[in-house]
Design a protein around this ligand. Sequence first.
Ligand code: ZN
Length: 294
Amino acid sequence: MAAAPDDQRPAPNLEAEAEVVSYSTEGPVAFVTLARSGFANAQNGRMTYAIDDAYHRAVEDDSVKVIVLRGAGKHFSAGHDIGSPGRDVDLDYPRVATLHYGHADKAGAERHYARENEQYLGMCRRWREIPKPIIASVRGACVSGGLMLAWTCDLIVASDTAFFADAVIRMGVPGAEWFAHPFVMPPRIAKEFLMTGDRMPASRAYEVGMINRVVPDTDLESATLALASRIAEMPRFGLALTKRAVNFAEDQQGLRDTIDGTYHMHHLAHAHNELTTENHLAGQNARSMAEKLK
Ligand code: ZN
């Protein structure tokens, strides 16, 4: 769930919707590009599985050493789709990340729990364990669900236009489903980030260690490719082991257990919203969330 950064979305372009993620390579670097720019790359279920397909392709291709995740257009991602015509929360997709049963024919808390367990929690865990380095290349909005896409990458290069926010406190929800917040920034900063829902500009994200580079917007592509190319010179297995070693250290610090545990607080909030408001999002939609995003 997330807020889109502005209200001025163009009418749905069915041709553009024909492809929600694009894939290309340049030497040893694979580019996975979110391609719903008409909706600030809001992530629907279809996009989630298309990202997974693209990652799978990059992992299987021995000529690919490093993967770059980026967004077409002005924004990396406005987060989970809560309002575009392509919103597909009522559709079951064949499960890829988990062996959980489908959600579409379930009711109440079980419905949301099942869908998010597969499409958010499971997918993020799966992507974090991809054995090749992934660099997020971020400009514009990286909001709520968009954070999960960026934070499951190993490195983040940001344009000076980039901003990060998790505004789901406005729904009474304690952060997006992949609760890495107190690991990617100091806990006190995470509390401010979560409790205000305000935008953190790229410069501040760099100060607190959440991202690796901030570059002028016009340099984002070249800076990302330079970093990817440098890493691509290293041995594949060495990169895979290095990634696993740092992930292991994060898990020893509690990242995985924290995310598994707080997932249930997230769903307590969804269930509370269903009991006390009109829906599990506390009646919020993309427009209302965008209006409140500072
Ligand atoms: Zn949720």
